[in-house]
Design a protein around this ligand. Structure first.
Ligand SMILES: Nc1nc2c(ncn2[C@@H]2O[C@H](COP(=O)(O)OP(=O)(O)OP(=O)(O)O)[C@@H](O)[C@H]2O)c(=O)[nH]1
Ligand SMILES: [Mg+2]
Length: 480
């Protein structure tokens, strides 16, 4: 039985980035992409499923093999328009010189719309004009996508001029950098290519948006669970006789650190899966603060609240400020990924790092009836550090396009940067209070307050996640 969901064949010249565009659009990292032209030889359908239900499908196709001769045949064709594709395929299907052309055109007979992909960083050639003309002759609704593989933008005007003759919509969409907002914007433009599918696409866009908020809600819940587990951490040991108490304390502390690292890693894995990075694991740039251990002094001097803010929140004494150690606040205006280049000196590190990391300021450890008790967490800075790291991770993962397969550290695009003002130190006092109340409820195990504090925290996180996911980076070139 034929499905009624909208289908689009992604077509174009070999190696222009068709499969990459599809992979990003469909958020499917199982699509085969390769620098060698001719990677895709057969059509493959990639449906997008939401809650197990297919809502739209994209078809990966081989690149045009013989566009000029195919066009010539079509121009000489005498039969009825509606039989053009069927007759073309039956005339060429056994000719190896037209293998790919027959394959890529077949989905159009079955009713698929066209998404034509070109690498706009090179000039328009006659071959491209032939391909565009073939697509126009098919009479199917069609959109052109400019996927710039290189930084070069000098040929864009040329492309747009050509596109206006042949397509119903044009859009710049980079398979390696497109964000969620840009995917939605592309679907919006796709509506313009055919009135008949406008309504269906409206439904698809709605479903995409709802699915995205559902993922954000799940992400918020995962972060909250992580916070609760870490902040309420409590263990008790009876130090064996004759054992050095200091050693036991250190071991307890190390166990806590291990627990936090493990739980954090597991949370990130889940977030990664929520955003459908199933096969490839996006790599952080070498200079990312997330590459630092969560208990590294560097982490504690870059992330979380400033000393001043902590004092304001009653988590640090004014003496710390008097001692002149609030230099860390100087990082407030710096992008967190770029700030790593040694801007911070030892003073800042001493302020928020060492002070909290050593001793018992972070985690209470006390002797109680011959037993050593550790936890719960005493400093809210632990919560802010976890929050900042999770937000950084989230921002990184949602901006890693599924079609991007270049792993080495070459992120010059800047889309991984999260400004300090978008992290907890930049949150309003009221927002920080929500965090403090949550911290209170968790660490004092105040069951009565916990439910409403968790609700507040979830709403706050949802707001932050949604703000991070709707930053649009490119605009449509033209729509008609
Ligand atoms: N830098 C950069 N590389 C890209 C971009 N889009 C695609 N590529 C690379 O270009 C090469 C070809 O990409 P594919 O998506 O496999 O191209 P295709 O059009 O499907 O190619 P065929 O299946 O061979 O027709 C791969 O090495 C991609 O990683 C881009 O936006 N930027
Ligand atoms: Mg391909």
């Amino acid at each position: 039985m034929k499905s009624k969901i909208p289908e689009f064949a992604v077509v174009g010249h070999p190696n222009e980035g068709k499969s990459s565009v599809l992979s990003t659009l469909a958020e499917d990292d199982s699509v085969r992409i390769s620098p060698i032209p001719g990677e895709t030889r057969e059509c493959r359908r990639f449906p997008v499923r939401i809650d197990g239900r297919e809502i739209i499908a994209f078809i990966d196709t081989p690149g045009f093999q013989n566009p000029r001769r195919s066009l010539q045949w079509m121009r000489d064709y005498q039969g009825p328009d509606e039989r053009l594709l069927i007759d073309f395929i039956s005339a060429h299907e056994n000719d190896p010189a037209f293998h790919d052309d027959c394959r890529l055109l077949r989905p159009l007979i079955d009713g698929a719309g066209i998404i034509f992909v070109v690498d706009g960083s090179r000039p328009v050639r006659n071959m491209d004009r032939a391909e565009m003309e073939i697509l126009r002759l098919t009479g199917r609704p069609r959109m052109a996508i400019i996927n710039n593989k290189e930084e070069e933008t000098g040929f864009l005007d040329q492309w747009q001029l050509e596109f206006r003759k042949h397509f119903n919509a044009i859009r710049v969409f980079n398979s390696n950098r497109a964000t969620y907002a840009e995917r939605i914007a592309l679907l919006e433009s796709l509506k313009a290519i055919d009135q008949d599918i406008e309504e269906t696409l409206e439904f698809v866009i709605q479903a995409f948006a709802e699915d995205w908020s559902a993922r954000n809600r799940k992400t918020a819940d995962l972060i909250i669970t992580l916070l609760k587990e870490v902040l309420s951490y409590q263990r008790t040991v009876s130090p064996p006789e004759g054992k050095n108490e200091e050693e036991v304390r250190n071991r307890m502390r190390e166990k806590f650190n291990q627990f936090v690292r493990k739980r954090e890693r597991a949370t990130y894995q889940r977030i990664r899966r929520l955003f459908k990075h199933n096969i490839f694991s996006p790599q952080l740039p070498a200079h990312s603060i997330l590459n630092e251990d969560i208990f590294a002094e560097k982490t504690w001097s870059f992330l979380g609240l400033t000393s001043k803010q902590l004092i304001l929140a009653g988590a640090l004494s004014g003496a710390a400020l008097a001692a002149g150690i609030d230099v860390a606040a100087g990082g407030a205006s710096l992008g967190i990924f770029t700030a790593m280049g040694g801007v911070f000196g030892a003073a800042a590190t001493a302020a928020r790092g060492k002070d909290l990391l050593t001793g018992t300021r972070l985690l209470g450890i006390r002797l109680d009836h011959e037993q050593l008790r550790i936890g719960p967490v005493k400093s809210p800075q632990m919560m802010y550090i976890l929050l900042d790291r999770a937000l950084l991770f989230y921002h990184w993962i949602i901006n890693w396009a599924h079609g991007r397969r270049d792993y080495p550290d070459q992120d010059k695009t800047g889309n991984a940067e999260l400004e300090k003002r978008e992290m907890t130190a930049g949150w309003s006092r009221e927002e920080q209070r929500i965090c403090e109340r949550f911290f209170q409820a968790v660490t004092t195990n105040d069951e009565a307050a916990l439910l409403s504090r968790t609700g507040e925290m979830r709403r706050l996180l949802m707001k932050k996640l949604s703000a991070l996911s709707t930053k649009e980076k490119s605009r449509p070139v033209s729509n008609g």
